[in-house]
Design a protein around this ligand. Structure first.
Ligand code: GDP
Ligand code: MG
Length: 297
């Protein structure tokens, strides 16, 4: 039986016209080294993004990310095509000096805007390759007391350029109570430091109660507590993606174990189009306005 990521609902999010052409989406991951960024994106889209690195097993195949890398995969579900690009960034924290460690990442995002801006003003405007980054999953360590100064600095350096979705990494290392407390603390700190993360659009007043409740649940999930794994284990007779411990199994796709499914549904089933709209209407427009301003000065 085939597993589904769920982007076949994309046609409901946009006009039918774009269905034939296919969809594209660019997701970036950022945060401290070793928090499971590469592992998570691999689990998210059920594809082995790093398969070209021939090594013995999946765990080893994901080697340390030392530079910004881009992987593109074409996936198709129920006749709907999605061209997915993952931008993996080197985790910071390894260097002795982490000053401005966000700079290469910020520059990368700007370069994609710059390219788009140039193409848009060129002759072949119809067939522009859109490499703009639509969302950045920012990984927060489960071992700290909330946000660290570097997290604050990093997110603030990016928040005018990209939709930031914070995630609490390696949630299997925390108890459910610790996860709840940390989420509240991190949400408070995001507010306190004036970090502008991606805001889920408010639902219309005429939406039904079910929908409103789902929407509130989503807002209360921030930062999504995630667990990544590239190994398939056996749990209660079923083969699932998970982590095997002496005391039991943590299942990535089990909603009572973590928010992995919630995050994936948000990215793929419900908010992909909004993430793209905000990128175009807010982040790219900001960039464009700055450009035009500096040209006319
Ligand atoms: P990155 O540097 O952020 O890209 O981290 P990697 O994806 O390379 O993972 C670093 C290590 O953490 C690897 O040994 C992974 O197997 C492990 N790891 C990844 N995700 C998780 C998780 O959710 N929980 C735990 N406990 N370990 C994880
Ligand atoms: Mg990595």
């Amino acid at each position: 039986d085939k597993e589904y990521v769920g982007f076949a609902t994309l046609p409901n999010q946009v006009h039918r016209k774009s269905v034939k052409k296919g969809f594209d989406f660019t997701l970036m991951v950022a945060g401290e080294s070793g928090l499971g960024k590469s592992t998570l994106v691999n689990s998210l889209f059920l594809t082995d993004l790093y398969k070209d690195r021939r090594l013995l097993n999946a765990e080893e195949r994901i080697t340390q990310t030392v530079e910004i890398t881009k992987h593109t995969v074409d996936i198709e579900e129920k006749g709907v095509k999605l061209k997915l690009t993952i931008v993996d960034t080197p985790g910071f924290g390894d260097a002795v000096n982490n000053t401005e460690c966000w700079k290469p990442v910020a520059d990368y995002i700007d370069q994609q805007f710059e390219q788009y801006f140039r193409d848009e003003s060129g002759l072949n405007r119809k067939n522009i390759q859109d490499n703009r980054v639509h969302c950045c999953l920012y990984f927060i360590s489960p071992f700290g007391h909330g946000l660290r100064p570097l997290d604050v600095e990093f997110m603030k350096a990016l928040h005018e350029k990209v939709n930031i979705v914070p995630v609490l990494a390696k949630a299997d290392t925390l108890t459910p109570m610790e996860v709840r407390r940390k989420k509240i603390k991190i949400r408070e700190e995001i507010e306190q430091y004036g970090i502008k993360i991606y805001q889920f659009p408010d639902c219309d007043s005429d939406e039904d109660e079910d929908f409103k409740q789902q929407d509130q649940e989503l807002k209360d999930s921030i930062p999504f507590a995630v667990i990544g794994s590239n190994t398939v284990v056996e749990a209660k007779g079923k083969r699932v993606r998970g982590r095997l411990y002496p005391w039991g199994i943590v299942e990535v796709e089990n909603q009572s174990h973590c928010d992995f499914i919630k995050l994936r549904n948000m990215l793929v089933r419900t908010h992909m189009q909004d993430l793209k709209d905000v990128t175009r209407e807010t982040h790219y427009e900001n960039y464009r306005a700055h450009c035009i301003q500096s040209m006319t000065r």
